[in-house]
Design a protein around this ligand. Sequence first.
Ligand SMILES: [Mn+2]
Length: 163
Amino acid sequence: MKILIVSDTHRKDDNLKLVIEQNLPLDMLIHLGDVEGSEYQIPQWVNPECEMQMVMGNNDFFSRLDREREIDICGHRVLLTHGHSYGVSMGPEGLAEEAKSRGCDVAMFGHTHRPFLETVKGVLLVNPGSLSYPRQEGRQPSYLLLTAQADGTLDFSQKYLRN
Ligand SMILES: [Mn+2]
């Protein structure tokens, strides 16, 4: 499966559209919050078979998206959350604990606008960064591509847009 993972686009969607175009067709698109209303448009930009997984961010005030989701990806239990409720700006430990307590071996989050890909307390924590307002050193808009195989192999690739 080819899965595009993005977050924190804040309705500034030019880079998101570009990245989608460059990676079609997708099996799944995961958006980890702060979509700000574009949740109604994004499904029109992907191939019809693409499964959409989106959760609510702290700026999605009137959103009807789920606050969090737990999904299965090739045998992995994956927590999708924006992450602000777990203090991810201060550090990843709270989110790792939460994911672990739910039996999730992977947690995907956003909110910090900084790419992150590390195993903490036995949980693989994944943050694609932001395609619209990157905050890490160098401030390159970023996203993640995940190739997931039926045998459970997860191959994450951190990507950057260069302008
Ligand atoms: Mn944000």
